[in-house]
Design a protein around this ligand. Sequence first.
Ligand SMILES: CSC[C@H]1O[C@H](OP(=O)(O)O)[C@H](O)[C@@H]1O
Ligand SMILES: Nc1ncnc2[nH]cnc12
Length: 291
Amino acid sequence: MTRSVLGIVGGSGIYDLPGLEDAQWVTVSSPWGAPSDQVRIGTIDGLKVVFLPRHGRGHVYAPSDINYRANIDVLKRCGVTDLVSVSACGSLKEELAPGTFVLVDQFIDRTIAREKSFFGKGCVAHVSMAFPVSPKLVDSIEKAARAEDLTYRRGGTYLAMEGPQFSSLAESHMYRAWGCDVIGMTNMPEAKLAREAEICYASVAMITDYDSWHPDHGAVDIQTIIKVLHENAGNAQRLVGRLARDLPREHEACPHGSDTALEYAIMTAPDKRDPELLAKLDAVAGRVLNA
Ligand SMILES: CSC[C@H]1O[C@H](OP(=O)(O)O)[C@H](O)[C@@H]1O
Ligand SMILES: Nc1ncnc2[nH]cnc12
């Protein structure tokens, strides 16, 4: 049996997790470089919870500057089995009004300037991203959202853009034509790296704006986003608190195999593997490399 450990990556406006018991900021180092910040480790009703502010306290890192590999690596080192991103996002659908929480289930990755894999020359691996989100974890988030009476929608496609500038009007229309529901700058490659690290991942997109396409709303601006984020911070905290109280204490196997993603993924023959890369993979791929 594996005990559940809940990880929370806090996005814009979420730099701490009130309600954590016996909480401490802890430095965890990673062979992948510096993570965004220390992690805040504590418990909620006996469940270990590990919180990491994605942009660092004080919002130091832009989306393209975040060391996503180090972030996922340190969360893995802390034993995280289930990881929930809480992110500010723009809406690409009329019915997804600011204040709505979308429980994302698909992604389109349009980022272009980020390290996207722990693997590469000397240890090549290919994991499935067909179903990037763990439905059991989303079940628990949905239960929590219902219990807290939040306005939410289960399912939605998140368009990950490079940023840091917001989309042009033409891009915004194009993403709508593609059928995307929300737009943000951070969930990729985070979701891909969580899959490589065999961590169940889910993303809560807190809608803050209508991006730039809506004829009755002006183009997105940061003041509006911050205002909506402040209005929703309490809801986000209640959601996470409830999720932590109710998450099954025994980690449930992911129907999409998130927790066994590396089982047959590594292509490089054992005698051709690069020892330096293998050493860096000790946390994310230890389960299969040490088997
Ligand atoms: C503050 S608006 C743009 C910024 O907010 C989102 O970040 P996060 O997902 O960490 O909440 C968005 O992706 C941009 O990085
Ligand atoms: N419209 C938008 N585009 C990209 N990232 C966002 N984060 C919040 N709103 C956003």
